[in-house]
Design a protein around this ligand. Structure first.
Ligand code: URP
Ligand code: ZN
Ligand code: ZN
Length: 459
């Protein structure tokens, strides 16, 4: 199968020009003006952007969590991702405390057989000991899983202590991996949750009030200090606030680089949504939404190079599942649906509102994840020889977000009625048309597991 994309406005993290792109099999074979190839399919991209396929570095598909499981499985979640121009996701494997990493890997391999888009895993280490240390090495050397997720919160289920964290960092550093973190102070948060429950303060608002900014700022600084001490490369997931960003900014004063991810929701919506009674459960996620000043700090952090990636932390639950916490905010499953909207939201809210440039858009939605997580240049850019993961994007097409039209397996939208300008028109995954005319053309099992290279910090 060959495809010739004609006359599109090609945008990478480095360049920006009008050209044709010729694809043969899974790869890009040529990029240039007026290419003279005959092709099985020709797409006229005049007036459209041609972007590298999006990479969402933070999703939770079919994840057992808080007594239930996230409602998108690999088939529905990666299908929705493709509709929104994301051609690859990195999901989280959760080690069960007391069990092995290999057992957890097997469980996720089974789940991901149905993937439609490409995917990889971060391995969450929730119980570190000498045997797990050996498994970490095997994950890097044999499985191509090079990033290890840690939680500084969710005590009793996922959290590790600082001793385990430092020992994990040492092994990961020696073997060419990277440690990622949910950086919030779990003990402080648990104390605040207990206080609010004791006082009978049980609405979703108290989820937000149990996780003040300082809990994230403190943990982000502590994590950065532990990275500094061990020399390990680290990445803070779903950063929400100015205080946490300033911890990373301070680390740069000792010439340290800590990678930072934020998520589209923290750039777009804020904590005023927690005053809607139980409806606010739609936005119960951890960390919670913050203030307008935090959005300003995060957009600036992107342009200052302090924030490298924007994911979604897609972790959807049906409304019936959210209602598990109808009488107690601490029982509301944490997470919200966004996997489908990230690329269009960031274009509409970021590029069109002059908050980021086109090349920055490509960096934060695709290229930087590929570079940080060891997939570049096969993923994350448009160049001769790279995987033909491509989004043909109509910058003028307006549409409105709704649960009635989205493709995620969740019965509400956290963005109902939101007006977006810009639409992913055609999405190509490794040379196959995945989405065209708003229809998903690939089926389950099409997605490929992407083995990742050892981490060599290049940005
Ligand atoms: O609320 C969230 N973020 N749910 C998913 C788990 C996590 O902490 O990322
Ligand atoms: Zn988290
Ligand atoms: Zn998450």
């Amino acid at each position: 199968m060959s495809i010739l994309i004609k006359n599109g406005h090609v945008v990478t993290a480095a360049e920006d020009f009008v050209a044709d792109v010729f694809i043969e099999g899974e790869k890009i074979v040529a990029i240039g003006k007026d290419l003279k190839y005959s092709a099985d399919k020709i797409i006229d991209a005049t007036g459209k952007y041609v972007f590298p396929g999006g990479i969402d570095p933070h999703v939770h598909l079919d994840m057992p969590f808080m007594g239930t499981s996230s409602s998108d499985n690999y088939e529905t979640g990666t299908g929705a991702a493709l509709h929104g121009g994301t051609t690859m996701v990195i999901d989280f494997i959760l080690q069960t405390q007391g069990d092995t990493l290999h057992n957890a890997l097997k469980a996720w391999q089974k789940r991901s057989e149905d993937a439609i888009s490409d995917y990889s895993y971060h391995m969450a280490v929730t119980d570190f000991n000498e045997n797990v240390a050996k498994e970490v090495v095997e994950m890097i050397e044999k499985e191509g899983i090079t990033s290890f997720k840690t939680f500084m919160a969710y005590k009793g289920a996922l959290m590790i202590d600082d001793g385990q964290m430092v020992n994990l960092m040492k092994v990961v550093k020696e073997n060419g991996g990277l440690v990622t973190v949910h950086a919030t102070n779990g003990d402080m948060i648990d104390a605040l949750i207990a206080k609010h429950r004791k006082e009978g303060k049980l609405s979703p608002l108290y989820h937000y009030l149990s996780q003040p900014e300082v809990t994230e700022a403190e943990a982000s600084a502590r994590f950065s200090d532990m990275l500094f001490y061990t020399g390990c490369t680290g990445y803070i997931v779903h950063m929400t606030c100015e205080g946490a960003l300033n911890a990373v900014r301070r680390a740069t004063l000792r010439n340290q680089k800590v990678y930072v991810e934020t998520c589209s929701q923290y750039l777009m919506i804020d904590a005023s949504l927690y005053d809607k009674g139980f409806e606010s459960a739609k936005w119960v996620m951890s960390p919670p939404l913050r203030e307008k000043k935090d959005q300003v700090a995060l957009w600036n952090g992107i342009n200052q190079g302090l924030v490298q990636t924007v994911g979604t932390d897609h972790c959807p639950f049906m409304w019936e599942q959210k209602k598990m916490g109808e009488n107690d905010f601490s029982k509301i499953p944490n997470g919200h649906p966004a996997i489908e909207h990230r690329m269009e939201f960031l274009f509409s809210e970021g590029v069109l509102k002059n908050k980021i440039s086109l090349s920055k858009y490509v960096e934060i939605t695709s290229t930087n994840s590929a570079k940080i997580f060891g997939m570049y240049p096969e993923k994350g850019t448009l160049a001769i020889g790279t995987d033909a993961d491509i989004v043909i994007f109509d910058p003028n097409k307006k549409h409105t977000i709704s649960a009635k039209t989205h493709h995620m397996r969740v019965d509400y939208s956290a963005y109902e009625g939101w007006e977006v300008t810009g639409k992913c028109e055609t999405v190509i995954l490794r040379g196959k048309v995945a989405v065209e005319n708003e229809k998903l053309l690939l089926t389950k099992g099409n997605g490929k597991f992407i083995r990742r290279k050892k981490i060599t910090p290049t940005i």
